[in-house]
Design a protein around this ligand. Structure first.
Ligand code: SF4
Length: 70
């Protein structure tokens, strides 16, 4: 008998209103964030692969508008 365990870790990211377009999140994690008028999440970005950099970007955001939930 074969037993397969699946560990599914979901990461949710939101950019709340109030972004001042400083560009920090894109510098820290360009794989996920793109800043134009305000910061956006790139479509098809690999969130799990970039989890630590996303958390770092959220911590460094000067106005605290990047919300990360696991
Ligand atoms: S670090 Fe924060 S304020 Fe700066 S561009 Fe990213 S979301 Fe906007």
């Amino acid at each position: 008998m074969q037993i397969i365990e699946w560990a599914l870790i979901m990461l949710k990211i939101k950019i709340l209103p109030g972004c001042i377009s400083c560009g920090t999140c894109e510098v820290v994690c360009p794989e996920v964030f793109k800043v134009s008028d305000v910061s956006h999440l790139k479509k098809d970005a690999d969130l799990e692969q970039n989890k630590e950099k996303i958390k770092e970007a959220a911590q460094m955001c000067p106005v605290g508008v990047i919300e990360v939930e696991e």
